[in-house]
Design a protein around this ligand. Structure first.
Ligand code: ADP
Ligand code: MG
Length: 202
């Protein structure tokens, strides 16, 4: 999953920095690419057969935090730490554990950044994504359907940030001038959930 996210970020690096260039400081793609390159390197050094999901998430958290100086550093580090805590003791991830992990990531980002929905941040993609995954699980849908629902809701959420004014992060300095432009963090979050869904589609 982290390998797939790393490849996806690499592919979308330019696009994400372009989005950040409009309402921020033009580094979001670079930032995320540095972070996930570090994650991939750290995970490649793990003994896969001896590592449980919690170890994988915690290793990702640590390496992302160490590599990334931008605001997304602590946000995703917290997300991965919380995901690791949510699946503690499990040798593998089934539907319920994976939906719990996604929900824990969304909650971690919210707790760390103190943004609520509608403030034009990655929360506007993560929160509807997590809620859609949980709703699909409550409806008895299988894992791939839960994650597909999360990806679709996150994409819708990222689209919706275009109409928002930012009240958190760099874009908040722009006031009404940020309206009409998608939040880069929400865009990368939607892509991440899409990649997670694709990873588990089989
Ligand atoms: P920086 O803003 O430090 O340059 P990045 O460009 O990597 O960091 O990330 C910017 C993204 O971080 C924004 O588009 C927004 O989605 C997200 N972000 C910023 N502040 C917060 C916050 N307090 N809570 C949640 N997300 C935030
Ligand atoms: Mg930036």
């Amino acid at each position: 999953m982290f390998d797939a996210i790393g490849t996806m970020i690499e592919t979308n690096k330019g696009h994400l920095s372009e989005l950040d260039g409009v309402i921020g400081d033009a580094d979001h793609g670079v930032t995320m690419d540095i972070g996930f390159s570090a994650v991939r390197e750290a995970l490649a050094a793990l003994d896969a057969s001896a590592s449980d999901p919690t170890t994988v998430f915690n290793t990702a958290a640590k390496s992302f935090l160490n590599a990334v100086g931008a605001s997304s550093g602590p946000l995703y580090a917290t997300a991965f730490m919380r995901a690791g805590a949510a699946v503690k003791g499990k040798a593998s991830l089934d539907r319920d554990a994976m939906v719990d992990a996604v929900a824990a990531m969304a909650k971690g980002i919210q707790d760390r950044g103190k943004a609520t929905r509608g403030e034009k941040t990655m929360v506007d993609a993560w929160l509807p994504g997590a809620e859609a995954a949980e709703a699909a699980r409550d409806a008895g849908r299988p894992l791939n359907a839960c994650l597909a629902a999360a990806a679709a809701a996150a994409e819708e959420g990222a689209e919706a940030t275009k109409a928002m004014m930012a009240t958190k992060g760099r874009a908040s300095r722009l006031g009404e001038r940020a309206i009409g432009h998608m939040d880069p963090g929400a865009a990368s979050a939607a892509l991440m959930l899409k990649t997670i869904a694709e990873t588990f589609a089989g």
